[in-house]
Design a binder for this molecule. Structure first.
Ligand SMILES: Nc1ncnc2c1ncn2[C@@H]1O[C@H](COP(=O)(O)OP(=O)(O)OP(=O)(O)O)[C@@H](O)[C@H]1O
Ligand SMILES: [Mg+2]
Length: 672
């Protein structure tokens, strides 16, 4: 790089004239200034220059501060330390103006010392004729220019090398045969190989065997023909782990155009691919969930009809008749089908929830008591409750479903016996932890349930599928593949996260993270309420758009002594109610109906008949039900498919709610 005008003069030789060289003479002697100025004047054609004079070191400093000079001529007396001092200061200040000494009788030792300190050249004052001075100045400027170029080249090299050293991408430089000459720290960090270990070897040490030979053949063909190879390679780290890398390899040529080296640049894709796979998996689960939820909804109506009519038919036949046994079989099958749809609903997160803020330990402890019966005697069981657990907002009944399913799986994985452990603990997930976790889990406090077994474990390639509905490795008739799908759906519905860790042969661990509730006090678990008496004489308005369901329910309820008014939708119900305003004690309505939802109907009727009570029925407790927060799932909600006995019991419970509470309910309905 050429900088000063003097340097340009020297570098180009003939292009003089434009910009005279700025020279500063530092020395006491006035006559030397005149002499040198005259010499320079005489040689102006060869070397245009302007000379200025500083009579002392201080003056030199001032002048140098004010403007730049291309050259300093320094008069040096032997034994005078000023020149060395000025040079040293110059160096410290990071300036590099070429520096030429004028000396008289200087001994070689002094000259050497000055040159060592940074002077460029030394001219004897007695030889100060035009040719000597001009030659010395030219030589000095040439040297200066060369040094500047070298410094700048070194600077670029330093930047380049630190860019490569600090790059988050891996950089590997090989010779033409592929022998590694250089790897950067990112390569060492990713692969686990140290630079010394790989130098001289070829990148074949990273080959995983997961890709066919074609990709490597293509790579060599591309780069040997002088082109850039781009591709995704599946490599293996020193510790055996696989990683995915987006690699680009380009050839490096010498001045003759011959390929001498290759530079490979790699970006680790492992994390990105894993996140993409997770997202894909989550989307797949969502889609399957929606499908399952839709199917379950329609099934529930059909099952309600089957169950109801079977129950009614059973009442018409003698208990010991062969028909009764057949109807019992139908009921049993319907019950099993209802259980399946219940699981599908759980997976699709459409299961009605009775959320409460609870302490997790008593909830888990109550469930844990029932588990030994489920897992059998050959499996040892332990429950270790953690300390300091924050309250969580969950449905305890759903938690039971979760733990039962996990325990049943653990049991099946340990046919020869083993150990099933359940633990609870409290964790705070901070930013650092979450960055390591490839999932979108928010920072915060979580109560964690860990369920572990030392059974058969899950093969690596199966893990991605275990939460899918109908995925099972169990023989036909043994497993439906809905257990973990249910668990997954429930955990999601409770705003939690679930992870599975498993090693084939050494067991499986499921971890469920439930976010701690911020507000509210833990509720005491309600004792299961006694069966309500189903019969009664009150008047009920039954609203149901599925005629078969309505007819069966009405028939049964009439048999129980109730007076039943029927309506097939909301509008119909309003007109029926108009004719019997005083007589209606309870509205039993489906939630999701055409024209007018159950919520809207209840709101309208609550205005007209303040004393009326409500029972909502739905096979599909989707957004419509959940978001209104109008329901006490214990008392005024019944999920389809239901048996007529369950309907009778629920109706009795709803009718028997104290008046004050009923008013409260209608108030809440009014807001929906
Ligand atoms: N603790 C475990 N140890 C080993 N494998 C397990 C474990 N839990 C689940 N699996 C595997 O995951 C599969 C899916 O489990 P999931 O509970 O969803 O269905 P299932 O147990 O096969 O059937 P279902 O629970 O509906 O009766 C199982 O078939 C099994 O291969
Ligand atoms: Mg299971």
């Amino acid at each position: 790089m050429v900088t000063g005008s003097g340097a340009m003069l020297v570098a180009t030789g003939t292009q003089i004239a434009q910009c005279p060289l700025r020279v500063l003479l530092v020395g006491e002697k006035e006559e030397d200034f005149f002499l040198i100025r005259e010499i320079l004047e005489r040689n102006r054609g060869m070397l245009p220059a302007e000379l200025e004079h500083a009579r002392s070191l201080d003056e030199a400093h001032c002048m140098l501060e004010q403007k730049p000079y291309d050259l300093i001529l320094f008069e040096h007396e032997t034994g005078n330390a000023e020149a060395v001092q000025l040079l040293t200061e110059f160096h410290h200040a990071g300036r590099s103006v070429p520096f030429l000494l004028l000396t008289e009788n200087a001994d070689e030792k002094t000259v050497a010392e000055l040159i060592h300190s940074g002077s460029w050249n030394c001219v004897s004052r007695s030889q100060l004729d035009g040719a000597t001075l001009v030659r010395s100045i030219r030589g000095t400027l040439a040297l200066d220019s060369m040094q500047k170029e070298q410094r700048s080249a070194e600077e670029s090299l330093r930047k380049l090398s630190s860019a490569v050293e600090q790059s988050p991408d891996t950089v590997v430089i090989t010779d033409r045969q592929g022998a590694i000459e250089y790897v950067n720290p990112a390569f060492e960090a990713l692969t686990g190989y140290k630079s010394d270990e790989v130098r001289g070897r070829t990148p074949r040490i990273l080959k995983s065997g997961e890709q066919g030979p074609e990709i490597y053949e293509d790579m060599w063909k591309t780069i040997l023909s002088g082109n850039v190879f781009r591709g995704i390679l599946v490599n293996r780290k020193k510790n055996g782990e696989l990683y995915y890398v987006e690699e680009s390899i380009c050839p490096v040529r010498d001045s003759q155009g011959q390929i001498t080296h290759f530079i490979a640049n790699g970006r680790d894709l492992t994390e990105r691919l894993r996140l993409e796979a997770q997202l894909l998996q989550a989307q797949k689960m969502d889609a399957v969930g929606r499908l399952a939820g839709g199917v379950a909804h329609d099934f529930n109506n059909l099952l309600t009809i089957i169950t109801s009519y079977s129950e009614l038919a059973l009442d018409d036949v003698r208990e010991d008749s062969p028909v009764a046994t057949k109807i019992q079989e139908v009921l049993l099958a319907a019950k099993r089908a209802a259980e399946l749809t219940r699981q599908l609903l759980a997976f699709s997160r459409k299961q009605p929830q009775a959320l409460r803020v609870v302490d997790l330990n008593p909830v888990v402890a109550a469930i844990a008591k029932t588990l030994p019966r489920l897992i059998g005697e050959d499996i040892a069981f332990s429950f270790i409750p953690g300390q300091g657990l924050g309250p969580v907002r969950v449905d305890p009944v759903q938690m039971e479903q979760v733990l039962m399913n996990l325990a049943a799986n653990a049991r099946d994985a340990m046919p020869q016996g083993g150990h099933l452990g359940i633990e609870t603990s409290q964790v705070h997930l901070d930013q650092d932890y979450i960055q390591q976790k490839p999932a979108a889990i928010p920072v915060g406090d979580y109560a964690v349930i860990t369920v572990s077994d030392d059974g058969a474990g899950i093969p690596r390639e199966h893990i991605a599928h275990v939460f899918e509905p109908f995925y099972t490795t169990k023989p036909a008739g043994k497993g439906t593949g809905l257990g973990l799908a249910t668990v997954y759906g429930i955990v999601k519905q409770n705003k939690g996260y679930i992870w599975v860790y498993s090693e084939q042969g050494s067991g499986t661990v499921f971890k469920i993270y439930l976010p701690c509730a911020v507000k509210g006090r833990p509720a005491q678990l309600a004792n299961s309420r006694p069966e309500a008496v189903a019969a009664g004489t009150e008047t009920l308005l039954l609203v149901e758009d599925e005629p078969a369901v309505r007819r069966a329910s009405a028939e049964f309820l009439r048999m129980q002594g109730y007076k039943i008014l029927e309506a097939n939708d909301g509008l119909d119900a309003l007109s029926v109610a108009k004719q019997h305003p005083a007589a209606i004690d309870l509205l039993v309505t489906d939630v999701v109906m055409p024209n007018m939802s159950g919520g809207e109907l209840a709101k309208e009727l609550a205005r007209r008949i303040p004393k009326m009570k409500f029972l909502f029925v739905s096979g599909y407790a989707g957004k419509t039900v959940m978001d209104h927060h109008v329901l006490d799932l214990d008392t005024n909600f019944l999920q389809k498919p239901y048996s007529l006995k369950q309907l009778g019991a629920k109706i009795r419970t709803a009718l028997d709610i104290k008046k004050g509470m009923a008013a409260g309910h209608s108030g809440r309905v009014a807001r929906s």
